[in-house]
Design a protein around this ligand. Structure first.
Ligand code: FDA
Length: 410
């Protein structure tokens, strides 16, 4: 029988960070993971460069960039351990980084720098890591108010008063995602908000999509918004790049809106955002005899202009022959393109899993279950989902830090 002050299950972003912080605070920590390799998701994140946090995260209203049934839950942890705190750690480790767009901070070299940093912190904290190590059962014994946990693993049984579940969500099953966290929550009677893929490309039904499939590979800046039609989901809008794919739409605009999209809801896309298209086309009519598609190509990519004018015979004429009404209709159609996704690309392609352990079951200060003392949940397994752009890693760091303070009795 092995004994530890705390056992962290899952050596991903949240688990590694929490274990290192707690270890440095004097807690005797065991970190377990069933994967062959440590922190695979950090390795593939940000295109291999790890978008590790976001400077736009507002410490006074951090919840603005997060979703969940209980949107204010994340506020406490995010304001106690901020993006600036993590940046200071990265700087202490001498890791070079840069800002891309919208406050997104990326490593200059490789995600490996961040994995090394987290492993070094664990080592400095005397954390023991068993990996790969499979957990077959987790049981609570003894006193209900201060239970002792027994964890059955393929390296023996471990006893501890504190268990931290940091096993993440369901996205990218081929690198070790599992439903372990949700199963444990259910075993101990905690509610789980149904998980769903988020930050995920959207798909569109066969024939309806056929005219746009030829645009695969095309990217352009748009404004994208939920319409709320037939759903109770929160309203959202993003100004970002859209990417046409063979099966549907992707790119940052769609990944962002996908986290808010509810099945059955139409989305609205402004394909010529900020161009003043209606007036510009009327001006073109006064001075040009070119095909309308050629004039339109000054405002949207030429391939899109060509495909778009196919939708109405009036739009296939020289611009000076197109009636004003038809020009206005074209501008309107591009500015208010409404379309109904048929689904998402699923967990295979989703960057994160929305939903998870209901935050009403947890303390926002310690991440501990109120029903089951000594059992904590951190990171993506919790019903807190960040926007694209480093917000999800910041949640992993902040929730891990808050939990580590509690493990150390602070
Ligand atoms: P994480 O998934 O990191 O770790 C969970 C760990 O638990 C894994 O090591 C897994 O092996 C282990 N585990 C699972 N089941 C287990 C079991 N039964 N027993 C033992 N161990 C188990 N975010 C961001 O902010 N910036 C970015 O650049 C990116 N980029 C990005 C790219 C791609 C392709 C993806 C898929 C995701 C991102 N993300 C991101 C999201 C980010 O990776 C994610 O939110 C965090 O890794 C979540 O951290 P966790 O520690 O909660 O889970």
């Amino acid at each position: 029988m092995h004994a530890f002050d705390a056992v962290v299950i899952g050596a991903g972003a949240a688990g590694l960070f929490c274990a290192g912080v707690a270890g440095r605070l004097g807690v005797k920590v065991l970190l377990l993971d069933h994967g062959e390799k440590v922190a695979e998701k950090i390795r593939i994140s940000g295109g291999g460069r790890c978008n590790f946090t976001n400077r736009d995260l507002d410490p006074r209203a951090p919840q603005r960039h997060f979703l969940g049934e209980n949107p204010h839950f994340c506020r406490s942890a995010l304001s106690r351990y901020t993006a600036a705190d993590f940046v200071a750690l990265v700087q202490r480790h001498g890791i070079p980084f840069h800002e891309k767009h919208k406050g997104q901070l990326f490593g200059d070299r490789s995600s490996e720098d961040f994995i090394r940093m987290l492993l070094d912190e664990c080592e400095a904290g005397g954390v023991q890591r068993w990996q790969p190590c499979r957990v077959s059962a987790l049981r609570a014994r003894g006193d209900g108010s201060a239970p002792l946990y027994e964890i059955e693993t393929d390296r023996g049984t471990v006893r501890t008063p504190r268990v931290v579940i940091a096993t993440g969500g369901l996205s990218i099953p081929k690198i070790g995602a599992s439903d372990f966290g949700y199963r444990m929550a259910q075993q101990f009677g905690l509610r789980v908000v149904p998980p769903r893929p988020a930050l995920v490309p959207l798909t569109f039904g066969g024939d309806d999509w056929a005219p746009y499939a030829q645009l695969a590979g095309l990217s352009l800046p748009v404004r994208i918004a939920t319409t709320g039609a037939g759903t109770k989901g929160p309203a959202a809008a993003f100004d970002e790049d859209l990417l046409f794919t063979h099966r549907g739409l992707s790119g940052p605009a769609v990944l962002q809106i996908s986290s808010y999209w509810q099945p059955g809801e139409a989305l609205r896309i402004d394909l010529a955002a900020g161009t003043g298209l209606a007036q510009a086309l009327r001006d073109a009519k006064a001075r040009s005899r070119k095909r309308l598609a050629n004039e339109l190509a000054a405002f949207v990519p030429a391939r899109l202009a060509d495909a778009w004018v196919q939708r109405a015979p009036a739009w296939q004429r020289p611009v000076n022959e197109v009636p004003d009404k038809a020009l206005d209709a074209l501008a309107q159609a591009l500015a208010r393109w409404e379309l109904l996704p048929s689904g998402t690309e699923g967990y295979r392609k989703a960057e994160v899993t929305a939903g998870g352990i209901d935050t009403r079951e947890l303390s926002s200060k310690t991440m501990e279950s109120s029903k089951q003392p000594g059992l904590h949940f951190i990171g993506e397994v919790v019903d807190v989902t960040g926007w694209l752009g480093g917000y999800n890693f910041q949640w992993a760091w902040s929730s891990g830090w808050a939990c580590a303070q509690a493990l150390a009795g602070l």
